[in-house]
Design a protein around this ligand. Structure first.
Ligand SMILES: Nc1ncnc2c1ncn2[C@@H]1O[C@H](COP(=O)(O)OP(=O)(O)OP(=O)(O)O)[C@@H](O)[C@H]1O
Ligand SMILES: [Mg+2]
Length: 245
């Protein structure tokens, strides 16, 4: 069982969206995924109440830090291949990753100075935790909400700044996609978006597949394909602006 936590002291960075996209992408590859929703606003638990949640994906709310241990136990009981933790956008909320001791911590950020500052803070929190535990904990920044067509200059500045602080960046960025926002109002996964004739869904799915592959390169292995649930075909090349160079 592998585990990943999404943290950022900054609200609205894209944690919940990126965590759900990773979960849906892993489910599409035949994995079982248990998500722990440690945001008191319970965005994932609310999504799970909408129609269309895949059977292989469970959501376990932990609205306070005291609920984390129970939610983790419940998540493990679902016998998942992956546990994914989504956290509240605050320094205190971000510390929830410590209770999970994940294999990888991801910090989503857009291309703004404010978000870069907060991502550096998140990386320092993870570094300090690893040092206290005597074992470094892998951390990556995940560029997200990136426009597909153009790469803003501010994004280049942010990337250089993170690199100067020795912070590693996941090689695939998540693009700014209306389809990703729509998941939280329609419910379900990409099939639901396709059924509702949502525009740009093919590019959105390709972006998620590249993102999932980038995570899998760092953590875990995809289980053997399930005959009842074949894996998705390989992702086409990233659209321009999708790679973190
Ligand atoms: N890749 C994306 N494309 C389009 N919209 C996005 C993307 N990622 C996030 N958003 C939108 O940005 C907003 C914030 O995203 P999200 O809720 O995922 O952030 P968060 O870090 O979980 O926020 P919080 O700290 O409040 O929990 C939402 O309106 C979401 O729909
Ligand atoms: Mg959130």
């Amino acid at each position: 069982m592998n585990s990943i936590a999404f943290i950022s002291p900054k609200g609205g960075a894209g944690k919940t969206t990126a965590s759900l996209l990773l979960a849906l992408g892993l489910v599409a590859r035949g994995c079982r995924v248990a998500m722990i929703d440690s945001d008191p606003n319970k965005p994932l638990a609310r999504w799970a109440e909408l129609p269309g949640k895949p059977e292989r994906l469970s959501v376990h709310p932990a609205p306070t830090l005291h609920d984390l241990a129970d939610a983790r136990r419940e998540a493990v009981r679902a016998e998942p291949d992956w546990i994914i933790l989504d956290t509240e956008g605050s320094e205190r909320g971000a510390m929830a990753f410590a209770a999970l001791r994940p294999d990888l911590v991801l910090t989503p950020l857009g291309g703004s100075q404010l978000e870069a500052n907060e991502a550096i803070k998140a990386a320092e929190m993870v570094r300090a935790f690893g040092q206290r535990g005597g074992r470094p904990l892998p951390h990556r920044c995940l560029l997200t909400r990136i426009p597909a067509a153009i790469r803003p200059r501010s994004l280049k500045t942010v990337v250089s700044q993170l690199r100067a602080s020795d912070i590693e960046i996941l090689p695939t960025a998540l693009l700014e996609k209306e389809a990703f926002r729509a998941l939280f109002s329609i419910g379900g996964g990409f099939e639901a978006l396709e059924a509702s004739k949502f525009a740009g869904i093919t590019a959105a799915k390709a972006n998620v597949e590249a993102y999932v592959s980038a995570v899998l390169d760092l953590v875990g292995k995809t289980p053997a394909p399930d005959p009842g649930h074949p894996p998705s075909p390989p992702a086409p090349p990233q659209p321009s602006g999708g790679e973190a160079q």
